[in-house]
Design a binder for this molecule. Structure first.
Ligand SMILES: NC(=O)c1ccc[n+]([C@@H]2O[C@H](COP(=O)([O-])OP(=O)(O)OC[C@H]3O[C@@H](n4cnc5c(N)ncnc54)[C@H](OP(=O)(O)O)[C@@H]3O)[C@@H](O)[C@H]2O)c1
Length: 317
């Protein structure tokens, strides 16, 4: 059988690395575009990965990248940026990818969206543009191209930004930490489980043309998640949940500072609950991994090297 060629756009990121690990178990070559090859050279230790420095926003370069692919996976996403940057990455790029896939006769496209993307109540640029991109991926595909999109809640795992950022903040010698949107709700899902769902869906026709909300096994408020992070790293701080108006103000101020710990757009995203009706579709043979069994392993570690370990077996002990 011919070796399968997979292209993962956004494959150099946090989720991409889990997905590459999972898909590398099969007989594949994985093409990963990047804007900065030098920064992602560590991916080259995997002999199945071909890392290509290119500009995926250039039509000719995108076409050359996708040519010959059996499966295309789009993971590109940003959390901060101008209105134009959100549109370019979340709405225009998926539209251009699906059109190229149609032209090239590619038959399988997996698209990474986000929970609540395109919801009628979504006020953030992140969720609005994510919704536009997801709709384009489905509505513009030819009858030959089978599209599946994935709509996860917050994703945790080695190298995540959500829990690592809170851990970093909690390690600062502060007397109290003001927390915006303490009541915001999430159902965090493990990156290795997300990768497994995506990998299983590639050849499963039941998933064609479907959109899957993806959540972990339990729901938490943001305050509870910060407390779990505290326990995972063994620190105790006074966490002060802020009112809605102070949360909005904090997001505005932090959004103007370097590092962008939070922005007004993040605040707007958190106005919608990031939870699912059920944890993971029964269609996938996955028992969702609990957060508590995993994050102490990577947040507790002092070393900075990111290894992308799969902690699922440890978490179930
Ligand atoms: N992490 C979560 O909790 C979470 C939750 C829900 C949904 N998602 C979605 O899942 C996907 C992957 O998330 P992630 O956490 O893995 O993101 P990530 O670590 O930030 O990686 C995203 C990758 O996309 C590429 N990229 C970003 N902006 C780009 C641009 N303007 N043009 C071209 N390439 C660009 C980057 O590649 P180079 O820098 O190498 O070019 C980067 O490695 C995203 O679509 C995100 O919205 C994530």
């Amino acid at each position: 059988m011919k070796k399968r060629e997979i292209v993962i756009l956004g494959g150099t990121g946090f989720v991409g690395r889990y997905l590459i690990n999972r898909l590398s178990q099969d007989d594949v070559t994985i093409r990963v575009p990047t804007r900065r090859r030098e920064r992602n050279r560590h991916l080259l230790v995997n002999p199945k990965v071909e890392l290509i420095e290119t500009d995926i926003h250039d039509d000719a370069k995108l076409e050359s990248l996708l040519s010959g692919a059996d499966v295309v996976i789009n993971l590109v996403g940003i959390l901060h940026g101008s209105q134009e940057a959100f549109r370019k990455a979340h709405a225009e790029l998926p539209e251009r990818i699906v059109k190229r896939c149609n032209q090239l006769g590619i038959t399988r496209l997996l698209h990474m969206s986000a929970l609540q993307a395109g919801s009628a109540n979504a006020m953030s640029q992140y969720l609005r543009t994510k919704g536009e991109g997801e709709n384009s991926a489905h509505h513009l595909s030819s009858h030959k191209l089978h599209v599946t999109s994935f709509r996860p809640s917050v994703i945790f795992g080695e190298g995540d930004s959500f829990f690592n950022q809170f851990a970093k903040l909690l390690r600062l010698p502060l007397v109290a930490i003001p927390l915006a949107c303490p009541e915001a709700r999430f159902a965090p899902v493990y990156a290795a489980d997300v990768a497994e769902v995506m990998a299983q869906s590639i050849d499963n026709p039941t998933t064609f043309e479907k959109r899957y909300d993806i959540c972990g096994p339990k729901e938490y408020s943001l305050m509870e998640l910060v407390e779990i992070t505290e326990r995972a790293i063994g620190v105790r701080r006074l966490i002060v949940g802020m009112s809605d108006s102070l949360s909005k103000l904090q997001a505005k101020i932090l959004g103007m500072l370097p590092g962008k710990l939070m922005t007004t757009d993040n605040y707007l995203s958190m106005q919608l609950t990031s939870t699912c009706k059920e944890p993971l579709s029964a269609l996938f043979q996955i028992e969702p991994t609990p957060l508590e069994g995993v994050i102490p392993h990577y947040l507790g570690s002092k070393h900075q090297q990111v290894r992308y370990m799969d902690y699922r077996t440890l978490a179930k002990r």
